[in-house]
Ligand binder design. Sequence first.
Ligand SMILES: Nc1ncnc2c1ncn2[C@@H]1O[C@H](COP(=O)(O)OP(=O)(O)OP(=O)(O)O)[C@@H](O)[C@H]1O
Ligand SMILES: [Mg+2]
Length: 266
Amino acid sequence: MSETTTMLDVSGLGHRYGGAHGHVAIDDLTFQVRTGELACIVGPSGCGKSTLLRAISGLISASTGEVRLHGDPVRGVPSDLAVVFQDYSRSLFPWLSVRSNVEFPLRSRGLSKAERRARADEVLEWVGLSAAARKYPWQLSGGMQQRVSIARALACRPALLLMDEPFASVDAQTRFELEDLLLRVRKQFDSTVLLVTHDIDESIYLADRVLVLSKSPASIVADLEVDLGEDRDQITTRESDTFIHLRSEVARLLEVRTGTPAAVES
Ligand SMILES: Nc1ncnc2c1ncn2[C@@H]1O[C@H](COP(=O)(O)OP(=O)(O)OP(=O)(O)O)[C@@H](O)[C@H]1O
Ligand SMILES: [Mg+2]
């Protein structure tokens, strides 16, 4: 993609839970995400990744710093931003069908019933769930439920898609499938994505750029371009010299900063 506009501008972002003497979860984070980019943030467990995403999405009001989404300061949850959470089982409504779950956030966006239905059907097709539209979330596997969450987020056609360890709760095979699904849909929808994970391999496989976070309170210790091209493959990409080199680099950065062996899963 040739655009170089900034979609997300995070500057001096810090958050302390529980007042002046509380816990500092993130500290002075500054970074940008370009329009059309898929950026991954990798950091150790508990370092403040979810706090960061909550602050970006306006779900919590950060103690310091500022977040701008295509130039506008974020105050409250912006309507052109969608979040996919780690825990799909708690993020879908069990009493609504798959299609109704996907349509749900569109209700507040002034779309007619027919438009909502058309959008839901389009994104469900994209995530390969057309046949499950009338089912309920609890009738689906974990991987399918997470695909519903992704479809629901995409249905809103968000300017920015935030993903908080979206594939952490599924088995390794499903994880690979969902990673590839994300790469396909971001191409199709020309999405800008910020995804956080504690899995080094996943961050490199998916990203155009990897930001490495320190342990709590999180700060950015490296900002690495991932030169793996657009077409990635779970086997050959992961075997490539570039991939292996980046994986070692990120692992070293995490180990040095946290004093513990870095999490390399799957
Ligand atoms: N609501 C809260 N009140 C007080 N402290 C909190 C709150 N939420 C998170 N924390 C603390 O802030 C720190 C960062 O938490 P956060 O959930 O952002 O980390 P994380 O990197 O997402 O962790 P994980 O990898 O386990 O998902 C942790 O020490 C956590 O205990
Ligand atoms: Mg988290």
